[in-house]
Design a protein around this ligand. Structure first.
Ligand code: GLC
Length: 737
């Protein structure tokens, strides 16, 4: 449709029909299975509301979409198509590693290609908009939704956000690309104490410096939608926060796409205590230019009346409605309301080897080798290997948001090991329960994960098998981690160590003094100081996706060389949290290992994480040279080039992620001890040496001042390069204006 035709359509709509476009209802309202992703409120709506609803969520499948759209259009007075949105967070049918793993690839280009595949695979099956990427910055590992984030750094998250949005949307070709709805705007990752849905309160300076950049990167990349977050931000829930939604998002950033709420979050304005009833909640959210109401009756039952009462200008209702109509028009729905959904095409893409290859490659780059005393890579012959643990033989390593996954394609570690080992050299057993009491987990809609513990006799048998396998084996590979439902939405934990039954088994198996390799499947930076001493090697696999077991096995046996680098700090203990690399210096900084009482430190743990941001090992041996700036003084308007050489002294090719950090030594506000400013992935053959050059410009020196201005100022800077945020060489330069 042309714009004037859209305007003409709008002119024929009643107030109720305009309000209807701003209502999103789940599949249960359209006679199909609703994937419940939040509290199902008594919606208090009529069939007439359903017939006018503008969109639905998590209803997919080409045939289902076609059937529902056909029935819907028959009842639609003006023939405005329904919009199908879904949570396609890190894969549709083919599941990639969780975003926390994607964040550890340091390969935004690869991730952009992955998200183009994800868009293609889901669009063929009727998806039109996805509630992804999630761009919340995370620094509190107690929060379950760390798994959905790419990590703790604003720059790195921004690079991924841009790549994911552009990958999903491509050229917005119907049936091939899908529109991106970034979320959860804003700062949901900073919930107090890491407790789900909790309050967020921070200075505007920190908000803008650390938490907003990735959302802005998503907006600048052209995302079509933004989702408001559940949390209060500085006293006002995001969904009704005009400063956030209008001043910043629309006025400063120029976003004129659609804002949708998170699940039922308009109704939750009443729970937050800022609205007396649904009508007031609707008014507050609408005044913040929150356009679409997900899964409540607030807008459906009140917007038209609010216009009639003069509390909302019809022009504002038109503006919100037009945003939705324009998105539908851009997706070509007025010409093809079925979005070219095609079950056969969808199945071809789902079975396309290119998708499996992409998922394996990404999982290879997402895994992080945290420790290796030489036990890895494992030999494929002549060594008896026991694979033990709850993740030894399960396809459930997809993570919480794999709600549309084709689980029949999942490969287990046992299956992957069997492809490399002869039967006489390999044993596999579960060994222990995942956790003591699955009842604490609750449930998460239709996620088919095991949430029942076996009977005690079975558990005893499991342990007996594990002990026998440990006695038999030359090497033990432990496949352990968190239960899927211990992470993700509603998955906050006050103890972020490995669950007790698994720790207990590790201690028992350690008595057999066999080399032990621990492979971790988890959705947050876990505290590992109580298990790390028992291990000879530690491989962090996150939840690596449908084909992640193939990648993990290739890495363990040396058919691939680990290249992942942490995008989050891994704490020693829960008590260290939040722990992150770009921390303040304080007035009494404590050098690593220093013990003087009157310095910023703990009595019972170091300040530093067990494994720092940017860290990861490989099977090669990288040697870094010194950081060499090409001048010691950078004038305003100039740039400065920093060089660092990297040599591979190992006997196999390896990938290094060379990292560049800056520290503003004396600024108008207390600045972090360092901040990531650039990075470069390089591949080095054995004996090869490369020199990496970074260009520093004024933009890199800017920061948010106390008055929220964003500017650089003259002064001394430390510039650092190295393989991670701790092993750095440093040089100094002056910036003069
Ligand atoms: C959930 C999540 C959000 C998701 C939405 C729709 O509660 O917070 O990330 O996109 O509801 O399922």
């Amino acid at each position: 449709m042309k714009d004037h035709e859209l305007q003409e359509l709008l002119s024929r709509m009643t107030l109720e029909e305009k309000a209807g476009q701003l209502v999103q209802l789940d599949g249960a309202c359209f006679g199909t299975r609703g994937i419940t992703t939040g509290p199902q409120e008594a919606l208090g709506i009529t069939q007439e509301t359903v017939d006018m609803a503008g969109s639905t969520l998590n209803v997919l499948g080409a045939d289902t979409v076609r059937r529902i759209q056909e029935n819907y259009l028959k009842r639609s007075r003006l023939g405005i198509p329904l919009l199908f949105m879904a949570d396609i967070i890190y894969g549709y049918k083919t599941i990639f590693p969780i975003p926390l793993g994607l964040g550890c690839t340091w390969d935004p280009e690869l991730i952009g290609r992955d998200y183009a595949f994800i868009g293609r695979e889901s669009a063929a099956d009727g998806a039109m908009v996805t509630f992804a990427p999630m761009l919340d910055l995370v620094r509190d590992a107690r929060w379950g939704r760390c798994m959905e984030s790419t990590g703790e750094d604003p720059l790195l998250n921004s690079r991924y956000g841009e790549a994911m949005v552009k990958g999903l949307q491509g050229d917005m070709v119907p049936g091939k690309n899908i529109a991106s709805c970034i979320k959860h705007y804003a700062a949901y990752g900073a919930v107090e104490a890491g407790r789900e849905y909790n309050t967020v309160d921070m200075s505007e300076m920190r908000l803008r410096q650390d938490y907003l950049p990735a959302y802005k990167a998503g907006v600048d990349a052209g995302c079509r939608m933004v989702m408001s977050s559940f949390n209060v931000l500085n006293g006002i829930p995001a969904t009704a926060n005009k400063h956030l939604m209008v001043d910043i998002l629309r006025d400063e950033w120029g976003f004129d796409g659609t804002v949708i709420t998170d699940f039922a979050s308009i109704y939750e304005l009443i729970m937050h205590g800022v609205a007396a009833d649904e009508k007031e909640a609707a008014l507050m959210a609408f005044r913040a230019q929150t356009d679409v109401d997900m899964q409540t009756g607030c807008y459906a039952n009140n917007l038209a009346d609010l216009v009639r009462e003069g509390k909302i200008a019809e022009a504002d209702l038109d503006r919100a409605c037009m945003r939705v109509l324009k998105l539908k028009n851009e997706l070509g729905l007025f010409e093809d309301p079925y979005y070219q959904a095609d079950a056969l095409k969808a199945q071809e893409i789902i079975n396309d080897p290119a998708g499996k290859e992409a998922a394996v490659q990404t999982a290879l780059e997402a895994c992080v080798l945290l420790k290796n005393n030489g036990v890895l890579p494992l030999a494929k012959t002549g060594v008896r290997i026991a694979l033990i643990g709850p993740y030894a033989d399960t396809g459930d390593m997809l993570g919480l948001w794999a709600i549309h996954a084709d689980r029949s394609h999942s490969v287990t570690l046992r299956q992957a090991f069997e492809q490399k080992l002869s039967p006489e050299n390999f044993r596999c057993c579960t060994g222990c329960k995942t956790l003591d009491d699955p009842a604490e987990l609750g449930d998460f809609g239709n996620i088919p994960v095991v949430t029942k513990n076996p009977d005690e006799e079975t558990v005893r048998q499991w342990e007996k098998e594990a002990i026998e396998a440990a006695e038999w084996a030359d090497v033990i590979v432990l496949a352990m981690g968190e239960h899927t439902l211990q992470t993700g939405e509603g998955g906050s934990r006050t103890d972020i160590t490995l669950p007790a039954p698994q720790k207990e088994l590790i201690r028992k198996l350690a008595a057999y003094h066999k080399p032990m390799v621990l492979v971790l499947f988890n959705g947050r930076p876990m505290a590992l100081s109580d298990v790390e001493p028992y291990t000879d090697a530690l491989l962090e696999a996150w939840f690596p996706g449908t084909y992640g077991a193939l990648a993990v096995t290739d890495l363990l046996f040396g058919d691939a060389n680990p290249s992942g680098r942490l995008s989050v700090s891994m704490p020693y203990t829960t008590g260290q949290v939040p722990v992150y690399y770009s921390h303040g210096r304080t007035g009494r900084p404590c050098a690593p290992g220093q013990r003087s009482r009157f310095t910023s430190r703990y009595l019972d743990a170091p300040n530093e994480p067990l494994y720092p941001f940017g860290y990861g090992l490989g099977y090669h041996k990288a040697v870094y040279g010194e950081t060499k700036p090409d001048k010691t003084c950078m004038k305003s308007g100039e740039t400065l080039t920093v060089s660092v050489s990297v040599r591979n002294d190992g006997d196999r090719e390896g990938c290094e992620t060379v990292q560049l950090y800056l520290h503003d030594c004396a600024a108008a506000v207390a600045r972090p001890v360092k901040e990531l400013k650039d990075f470069r992935r390089i591949v080095l053959k054995p004996g090869e040496e490369k020199t990496v050059q970074f260009t520093i410009d004024e933009e890199m020196l800017k920061y948010v001042h106390a008055d929220c201005s964003y500017a650089a100022e003259a002064g001394t800077f430390e510039v650092m390069t190295g393989p991670d945020s701790e092993r750095l060489s440093c040089a100094v330069f002056e910036y003069i204006q």
